[in-house]
Design a protein around this ligand. Sequence first.
Ligand code: SF4
Length: 649
Amino acid sequence: MGQTLTEKILEDHLVEGDLTTGEEIGIEIDQVLTQDTTGTLVWLQFEALGLDEVQTELAAQYCDHQTYQFDFKNTDDHRFLRSAAGTYGAHFSRPGNGICHNVHKENFAAPGKTMLGSDSHTPTPGGLGELAIGSGGLDVTVAMGGGAYYIEMPEVVNVRLEGELPEWATAKDVILEMLRRLSVKGGVGKIFEYTGPGVESLSVPERTTITNMGTELGATSSIFPTDENTKDYLERLGRAEDYVEVGPDEDADYDDQITIDLSDIEPLIAKPSMPDNVVPVNEVEGTEVDQVMIGSCTNGAYEDILPAAKMLEGRETNKTTEMIVAPGSKQASEMLAREGWVSEMMAAGVNFSEATCGACIGIGHVPASDSVSLRTFNRNFEGRSGIEDDNVYLCSPEVATAAAIKGEIIDPRNLADELGDLEDPGFEMPEKYTGSNVDLIAPDEAPDDELIKGPNIGDVPLKDELQASLEGEALLKMEDNITTDHIIPATSDILKFRSNIPKLSEFTLSRVDQDFAQRALDADGGFLVAGENYGQGSSREHAALCPMYLGVEGVLAQSFARIHKANLFNFGLIPLEIDEETYAKIQQGDDIEIVDDVAEAVRSGQEEFTVRVNDDWEATAHLDASAREREILADGGKLSHTKKQAEGG
Ligand code: SF4
């Protein structure tokens, strides 16, 4: 049996394991991407690694999520990110230059490469044959430091495309059809690989709309093979040299297959408030629309906005419907402006926004209470628009523009019949992409060569190697089901300190004990004790990093939530399982000693550890860890482990 495209790229980059589905593999990463909300911690961790420059072929830092200013903290973050990119050799995209995935696609995405990004829509460049995966910030740091990325080998599912899209149907409708069929959980643990005769009818920007929104299926990634369209797109971008032919073998063996006949696709819409709540547009026709937004990393490209501009030529938006266009990149804004489309759309009633994520995460253009907003974005979770009682629908630019003209949801085919002179604008790429790109700063033109840290940017601590002896106070005894929100609350008044670990750490476990942080510092470290399911909730890395900063050595719990347990290893905190009786007996303030030569025992694979309490009684604790997790833990966490490996230790 032949190989899938996914297997080929993974095999080319494989440093550990084999490609058996479900088994852990380690792969080399060629490109990394970070954005501003995750990037500060990534670079602070990179600084802690002590390396002089990024080790990947390419790294790019974008400022797209928080570009509007409330106080100095955002701007301080941006300046720090610019200085970090300059210091360590990454490209820097200035605030307002565009959304990371759009700018990356235009400038760097390349077939056959692997990419890791600290943003969930990182798989977008799969439309150009790049295998791109979203991850946590520490994984990106480690990849930039030259470390492998570890992942369970996903299932590879073939999505076979046949036929061609009919009039008024778009790539957005293809991915909405996937969501309608498979739901938001349908892609978990999977990579969707698109093949079949229908592929060649889709341009690269259309393909990237599909790969972008594969994230809403829960997929690890989505990918297309390359062909003449890919070559053509790269040529128009002035990057012909990046083209390579990549694709699956003809007899590739897939774990599963789905067939979509493109000629059956019709305009679709996701109703509030889930991306898989998909119905044909004509099912919700007549719903009054208060706001229409075109943009985001899904449909913010030049090619996505041009159809809207053509539909609006010589027309006006409805008096009760506000229409906003927020291009995905400044290049798209600049080209549309030079070609006169911006003034054409303004004359029709459109407001233009800067090229950022903005409204996609509730920053700006928040809908009126209990109103309807049609957006070309990828997510419509309740409250994401910035108001709890929102009604956000997801659709193509064509469906959104039809609603802006009519003032209510209408299938654009029906609007065309009504108006008589409205034609399907089709999908058109520019002859050449001609943006000036002055806001994308290459490493060799960077204005900074040292880090600039404002008052809100602190250092990230590195943990020492695990020692033979491990002892300290039981700092806090907690109940069952302690969440990562208990450990580090995610409210904006606290998370604004995300770049300042010493400050953020002051809030560690404050919801359980106001004085915890100070007590931990005064005690010079110690242990946490908890019941069942410790660390459930989000994947927030700060929930392990902040206790580590305060000197916590480990957690004794009856059981751990999976992701948080992985984070404890990554930040060098030993997660030991204890039984119910031991949990009941240990009291806050007790002296705890792990009796064994802990460092040696962890490295050698020992599973049972003796815990001595108050020099009075003993119990057994269990360490459930893979060989790789044991090495990471013994080295003091993933950063220290990577640093050691980079130094050849
Ligand atoms: Fe995320 Fe929205 Fe920005 Fe895309 S546009 S990267 S989905 S916040």
